[in-house]
Design a protein around this ligand. Structure first.
Ligand code: 5GP
Ligand code: ZN
Length: 114
């Protein structure tokens, strides 16, 4: 058993504000939101970082983006715009080592990020 916060959310052992679910993905609100809408979209399967994604998981990774598309619509962000980002490794700001897409919106977002 991997000691992973997001696996525990998938298992229902740790509560989360879940807003979207598919066969392969789960999405819930970030506990420390950086924008009016800040949702984390994760594969239910444990993958530590982008570096660990296998060729066989291409469809699974694609399903994170189709979930993002549907959630953006659900949250009313599709027209105005939103950002989807995945950090890889500590230097990029990854703090939970179970891959997740951040979906951010509801305020102007500057580029480049810090
Ligand atoms: P990372 O820094 O790895 O890209 O993103 C991890 C995100 O997970 C952070 O934005 C952080 O606020 C969020 N987070 C950390 N612990 C929890 C938790 O227990 N519940 C929820 N919903 N989000 C969390
Ligand atoms: Zn995990």
């Amino acid at each position: 058993m991997i000691d992973c916060l997001f696996c525990k959310i998938v298992a229902g052992d740790i509560p989360a504000d879940i807003i979207h679910e598919t066969e392969t993905t789960l999405a819930f609100r970030d506990i420390n939101p950086q924008a009016p809408t800040h949702v984390l979209i994760i594969p239910k399967e444990h993958i530590e970082t982008i570096n660990d994604i296998t060729d066989e998981q291409q469809a699974l990774i694609g399903s994170l983006y189709t979930a993002a598309r549907d959630i953006a619509k659900q949250e009313g962000l599709a027209e105005d715009g939103y950002r989807v980002v995945m950090n890889c490794g500590e230097k990029a700001g990854q703090s939970v080592f179970h891959i997740h897409l951040h979906l951010l919106g509801g305020r102007p977002l500057r580029w480049p990020p810090g």
